[in-house]
Design a protein around this ligand. Structure first.
Ligand SMILES: [Zn+2]
Length: 250
């Protein structure tokens, strides 16, 4: 069973469909502790404490809020999490996937008879555009070729996030591009120096749309914790401030 720390809900698999469920509160977490003791003692089922499995030492901190007290991990959750996962899906997709390279303007029936040569040529054109990308003069770090994504560092995923729309635009399905655009804009809005409440709400809407569509396009196996938690990132920014404030990614 999967749990979400922001809402009182259990998932068989992570889903965006948590709208309508009650927001979890610090008081609610505290109320689960008598039940948690019974779970630990084997007197209650594992899920009886709404996903709690042990008592965090943070609970002993006076005034610390167990739900609102933790900021979002932008580097691992977004860059090394969702951006890497979705990119690998696109680059490694088999020929029957609508999100693979070479799908632009081509119906799925044609994809099924695509040859490996088509895949190679599509990949080559993406590589060529990526190789034209230059990082800002403020950093001496370089981006590496796409065939090295397994070794990429967070700063490379950050650069890729900024340019993957123009780099991929001629090689993937329009619906996938729209999905990536919502994700990119949703994150960039939360990386600004000044963020209004309206901007936070706009980002939330974009990222919830993204989460809701990942399952349809990429499959349920890609609905991971990192994808699901995006639907709550705007809330953490509202509580803590821009995503950049506690990350080590320059
Ligand atoms: Zn959730």
């Amino acid at each position: 069973m999967k749990n979400c720390f922001f809402k009182n809900i259990h998932f068989q698999v992570y889903s965006s469909n948590s709208l309508g469920f009650a927001e979890r509160t610090h008081d609610f977490v505290k109320e689960q502790f008598p039940i948690l003791r019974k779970v630990i003692a084997g007197k209650e089922k594992k899920d009886a404490a709404m996903g709690l499995i042990f008592a965090s030492p943070f609970m002993s901190l006076v005034k610390f809020d167990m739900v609102k007290g933790f900021p979002y991990d932008y580097m691992h959750g977004t860059l090394l999490g969702v951006v890497k996962r979705i990119t690998c899906c696109i680059l490694d997709a088999t020929r029957d996937k609508e999100y693979r390279l070479g799908t632009k303007g081509k119906p799925l029936s044609i994809l099924c008879v695509a040859t490996d040569n088509v895949v190679i040529s599509e990949r080559k054109s993406v590589d060529e555009r990526w190789n034209l990308v230059r990082v800002s003069s403020g950093t001496d770090r370089r981006v590496r070729p796409l065939n090295t994504v397994a070794q990429w560092k967070a700063h490379e995923w950050k650069t890729w996030l900024l340019v993957w729309i123009p780099v991929l635009k001629d090689n993937i399905d329009y619906g996938v591009l729209v999905l990536l655009s919502k994700f990119t804009l949703g994150i960039l809005l939360l990386l600004q120096d000044t963020i209004t409440i309206e901007t936070v709400d706009h980002s939330r809407s974009l990222l919830e749309d993204f989460c809701a569509t990942v399952e349809r396009i990429f499959g349920i196996e890609q609905c991971t914790f990192n994808v699901h938690i995006l639907s709550h990132v705007a809330t953490t920014v509202r509580n803590w401030g821009p995503l950049w404030f506690d990350t080590t990614v320059a």
